[in-house]
Design a protein around this ligand. Structure first.
Ligand code: HXC
Length: 514
């Protein structure tokens, strides 16, 4: 082939692939209220920063008429670019090409960009819009997913991995995201299930809609599979940009530092925490009273809302915040909140993000439902995650810190570097009412006026334990501070802990209570 015909050949092949994208896909996706794979990449990445690779990769499948099927890009776009100035690797599946299904060539494009991300030490973003393993390619497509799962696992804790679900995703197209750090979903567009309604109808004879089976709300509120929920694709991309700005490129780096900003004056701890210790308040207002510009990026906002997790900045430096939420179930720890916090703590620890823990909880939630749901095993996850974490750990006890909850919420005993308490803190094995009823049971029942005796005993217990001073006298609290002093103490602790190093005995890896 002469040089001229080689050039002509190149342009005609390239335009075939591009036309397949622009004409058919835009119409098909738009009909489903969705952007195309390329439009998504362009909307998410910084202007003109995207560079595509492997445009000409084609499948080699032959069965079921596949030998006659041209699948542009084999249904996935891969490349590199920038998000808010941070370099990233990205892939986006194209649902208009065989339902975004994953054959071997498609998988190899993804594993190639994954390997690239690990070698270059930059985040991986996967936009999933796929019916899972390509049925026509049989075991080859299963092999493809296996190779992706293997890489997701090896990349875990090395580079941040972000999954975006933008269509009906089944099988491998949800298991790969489940192995990644953050999953983004969009209302009415995202669906996640191990297999779709057609198969359920065939196997179980049941009719169910995709939305009821695994819509965006289900995974944001009930299963906890999704970490961020958006109303539209564009809102979702803004959320991803915000997340990327908070996290480092890889586990050897720290997050980008921003100029320090004071919190907004309208958030004031004294005005937020009610005088009466049984009254609720929104812990997110406390977070906003402490962090730069009162800017808090909440993670898993709609799941296990009795605990709040997310990213903020203090003195321009990213921190991970974990706080009991007195507004929901009095902020108890339970199966889901332990899962939620445990995983977040491990992410922060892997990526050098200091942890700030805000404590106000009556303990672990008792009862048959929780016991049978495995609160012992799941509840242990938060104990494990805090104990394992070696990033700077700063704890502020705002009010109640009872029983296992006191220990679990990053107490000194689990390796907190700094534990501060407000004068309103109550640290005890349980609340004064419950404690008095148990340890003074006999005195109360034998008293001529049991109610009066109970009140005396409750007051006695409160005086002794429902304050921070007993724990402070034992050295379990480093300082009892006023509400006005909290931000300054945290800033100082972060500054002092800037170069913290903590060595642990060698091991291949620990065995967390999965
Ligand atoms: C090949 C597929 C496909 C697949 C969809 N398509 N899924 N082709 N392999 N897995 C094709 C359809 O044939 C169709 O092609 C086009 O994509 C659009 O699909 P529709 O069914 O028309 O779309 P919709 O009604 O929106 O339903 C989407 C869907 C459904 C829910 C994803 O297609 C579905 O249930 N697919 C199978 C899902 C599944 O069970 N996957 C699991 C695979 S196993 P045409 O040519 O008509 O446009 C797996 C291994 C996991 O992934 C391992 C885990 C450990």
């Amino acid at each position: 082939m002469s040089l001229t015909s080689r050039i002509m050949d190149f342009f005609s092949r390239k335009s075939t692939v591009m036309v397949a994208e622009t004409e058919q896909s835009i119409k098909k996706q738009a009909a489903m209220g969705k952007l195309t794979a390329r439009q998504r990449i362009e909307a998410l990445l910084d202007n003109a920063s995207f560079h595509e690779y492997d445009l000409f990769v084609e499948h080699k499948a032959e069965d079921f008429g596949m030998d006659k099927k041209f699948l542009p890009r084999d249904g996935v776009i891969t490349g590199t670019g920038d998000i808010v100035g941070h370099p990233i690797c990205i892939y986006a599946q194209d649902f208009t090409v065989a339902g975004g299904s994953l054959g071997l060539a498609h998988a190899r494009k993804i594993t190639k960009i994954m390997d690239h991300a690990v070698k270059l030490g930059i985040p991986l973003i996967g936009i999933n819009d796929s019916g899972g393993a390509r049925i026509q390619e049989g075991v080859n497509s299963l092999a493809g997913y296996g190779e992706i799962f293997f890489r997701n696992t090896l990349a875990s804790g090395v580079i941040p991995q972000i999954s975006v679900i933008l269509g009906p995703c089944a099988g491998g197209a949800v298991y790969s995201p489940a192995l990644t750090d953050f999953v983004f979903v969009v209302d009415k567009i995202s669906k996640m299930f191990i297999t779709g309604p057609e198969v359920i109808k065939t196997v179980l004879g049941e009719e169910i809609s995709m939305e009821d089976l695994g819509g965006a709300r289900i995974h944001s509120e009930i299963t906890g599979n999704a970490h961020f929920f958006a109303e539209s694709e564009l809102e979702c991309f803004e959320q991803i940009k915000r997340l990327v700005s908070f996290i480092p490129w890889n586990s050897t780096k720290k997050a980008e530092k921003f100029p320090s900003k004071p919190p907004k004056a309208k958030y004031n701890i004294n005005a937020i925490i009610p005088k009466e210790s049984t009254q609720p308040y929104d812990v997110r207002d406390i977070i906003k009273s402490l962090c730069d510009d009162s800017d808090f990026l909440e993670v898993q906002e709609h799941f296990a809302a009795n605990i709040v997790i997310g990213f903020a900045r203090l003195n321009g430096q990213t921190i991970g915040v974990v706080g009991n939420q007195p507004l929901v179930l009095a902020g108890v720890l339970d199966v889901d909140s332990s899962d939620k916090a445990g995983r977040f703590i491990r992410f922060c620890d892997s990526f050098n993000i200091p942890l700030l823990t805000l404590v106000d909880l009556p303990g672990y939630l008792p009862g048959i439902d929780q016991e049978h749901a495995g609160v012992i095993r799941h509840g242990a996850k938060i104990l494990y995650a805090y104990s394992e974490a070696t990033v700077p750990k700063i704890t502020v006890i705002l009010r109640k810190a009872y029983g296992g909850g006191y220990i679990a919420m990053c107490s000194k005993h689990l390796g907190a570097d700094f534990v501060f308490a407000l004068p309103t803190a109550e640290i005890a094995v349980m609340g004064p009412e419950g404690a008095a009823n148990i340890i003074f049971k006999k005195e109360i029942s034998e008293a001529s006026d049991p109610d009066a005796m109970r009140k005396i005993k409750v007051d006695e217990y409160t005086q002794k334990f429902a304050n921070p001073y007993k724990a402070a006298s034992a050295g379990y609290i480093d300082a009892v501070i006023t509400a006005e002093e909290v931000r300054e103490h945290i800033l100082h602790a972060l500054h002092i802990a800037e170069n913290k190093q903590e060595f642990r005995p060698y091991r291949k890896h620990g065995i967390p209570p999965f």
